[in-house]
Unconditional design. Sequence first.
Length: 382
Amino acid sequence: MNALEVLLSRRWVLKSRDRELYYQMKDEIGGLKKFLMEKMGYQVIVNPYLVKVEKLPAKAESWMGIQDFTSPTEYAFFCLILMFLEDKEAEEQFVLSELTEYVQGQYQQEKVDWTIYSYRRHLIKVMKYCVSIGILNVDDGSQENFARDDSSEVLYENTGASRYFMRNFTQDIMDYSDYRDFLKAEWIDVNEDRGIVRRQRVYRSLLMSMGLYRTEENEEDFAYVKNYRNMIQGELEELFPCELQVYRSSAYLVLGEECRLGRWLPEENTLSDIVLLLGQLIREKAEQGKFNLRTDESIQISMEEFRSLIEECKGRFGSGFIKTYREMTTEEFHRELSAYLTNLELVERQRENIVIRPVLGRVIGKYPADFDWSGGGRKDEQ
């Protein structure tokens, strides 16, 4: 994996967690700074603790949250932990009760009662995340003990990385009331040059999202891709193996087999394989005229039609799934596959309808012609 793949795929590279990789990134980042700053508008941070690229989207996407968190309370607790650590030096230790007292005093939405299990569970989930990304180290004690008993102690160590988790804003954000305010502010410094803004949005869309779709709002961005596709292809090919594919209403960056830039499709899991089979089913129906393609090549169907489509996929191909998915109820299968498709932005819910993105019909999978259906799938998966 080359330096650009690492830096765009990870939040950061910490010296304390991966010393060898840290020095590799530090040595190679110089050759990438021009591309990252000019083409994507990204700032690069290199210091004794970490190497980080400040990655920002062209637009906010549903998958860009912290996947470990499932409630607003956990995000609030996380922000309070970052505030708490502002006053701590690198390698400074503290006990959990010191933090819980701080959170209890600062949390404004409601009164936090640590004797209530749900609050303890939310906090432990956030603390585990902090440890996993390198903000904190556990020096003594068990975090799970606090989930069972609010008087349990854990000794933590601040690594110093927390100060680089949030971006440094050049404007006052206290009056911001919507996530769109942050996106608008991102382009303030370059608003006098629409060409720079457009170029950076295009590169961010291609490298940080599933694809670039042509809409009324981004007509100029899509025109840029069509007009400069050879230049974009050439620049990106020099950095990592890839191919830029441009269609009538969408554009995608197809990665080479050895490239590991962020998440990719198909991933190495069974749900990803099922998505490919669903893509085959969708393409068949589109070619048979059972689905009407919209002007942007997407397909809009009702929630009930979408559910029936997923049921048909399971009924037709299910005997080849691993046992977990073969034995799922229809509702469980629908819920899990729908969540995965939405997270990857392969489908989008719009009120009572589902919009199927064009890419889902372009990336398909099929069982081999000699596949043994009688055994309930491959023997090594049972």
